[in-house]
Design a protein around this ligand. Structure first.
Ligand SMILES: Nc1ncnc2c1ncn2[C@@H]1O[C@H](COP(=O)(O)OP(=O)(O)OP(=O)(O)O)[C@@H](O)[C@H]1O
Length: 256
């Protein structure tokens, strides 16, 4: 299957030091790609280069045949790149439903003028967004929490809420930066089940993770980064058995 996302020769340095160097990776529709590696390997930098938070110094990022590497984050979002940032917070003082509605703004048509004038097109759009947000809450199993203040949800549910918010932007590719960090075992399990269901529904994902076991449970393919470069690529079982990967992780443990 042709890749939905194709990353080629992606490079980015900070102060003359490469954080990411010559990275290639593909994600097919409905595929979950794990992106793992020891501390400082370049995972978050790749995440930001694909999401648009950082421009690359070299290389290309192509979504469904279209170059997106020079586009601002909101333009990438409108083309179908959703992001869930590491340790992102929910918006306080807003209900769970309102939090999700914020995620739809990447795709709304009528602008601020229509909103200020309370134009019928704006009201209709507001209703559509509300319905879409309710649908996204249901997809992540939070329909009973819709009217609660978001900050009163337990951490596991707050993560699901962030997913719902990203889904409300109708992504084709969802980027997730350590979504399981800080969660308890039961919450991790629930999150894994949810990600499985989203993939079964055809969503492509990149899962940035420190924890190899969580990735192994979910990923179709895994890319291992080390010192900014791709160290290994394959199924979770293949990369786990790769001596170079084992030694990179052991090196990290030794350093700790
Ligand atoms: N904004 C920045 N300015 C300077 N150096 C940076 C910046 N962002 C990342 N780096 C450096 O680039 C390298 C890769 O960092 P990155 O955060 O991408 O790694 P990571 O794999 O996500 O690590 P971790 O698992 O610790 O989050 C590191 O050496 C880091 O210090």
């Amino acid at each position: 299957m042709a890749p939905l996302l194709a990353v080629r020769g992606l490079s980015r340095s900070f102060g003359g030091v490469y954080a990411v160097r010559d990275v290639d990776l593909d994600v097919a529709p409905g595929q979950l790609r794990g992106l793992i590696g020891p501390n400082g390997a370049g995972k978050s930098t790749v995440f930001n280069l694909v999401g648009g938070q950082l421009p690359p110094h070299a290389g290309t990022v192509t979504l469904d045949g279209q170059r997106i590497d020079r586009l601002a984050p909101h333009r990438r979002a409108a083309l179908g790149v959703g992001v869930v940032f590491q340790a992102a917070r929910v918006f306080h003082g807003m209900t769970a439903l309102e939090n999700v509605m914020v995620g739809a703004h990447a795709t709304t048509r009528s602008g601020l003028v229509a909103a200020a004038l309370r134009a019928p097109s704006h009201r209709r759009e507001e209703r559509e967004i509300r319905d879409r947000a309710a649908e996204c809450l249901e997809r992540v199993g939070l329909e009973d929490w819709a009217d609660r203040p978001a900050e009163t949800l337990p951490l596991g549910q707050q993560r699901a809420l962030q997913l719902a918010r990203a889904l409300c932007g109708r992504p084709r590719l969802l980027l997730l930066d350590e979504p399981a960090s800080g969660l308890r075992a039961g919450e991790r399990q629930a999150l894994a089940t949810l990600l499985d269901a989203l993939r079964a529904g055809g969503l492509a994902m990149i899962l940035v993770e420190h924890d190899m076991a969580f990735v192994a449970r979910l990923a179709d393919r895994v890319t291992v980064l080390h010192l900014g470069r791709v160290l290994a690529e394959g199924t979770a079982a293949q990369v786990r058995a790769d001596p170079a990967v084992v030694s990179a992780y052991l090196g990290e443990e030794a350093a700790a």
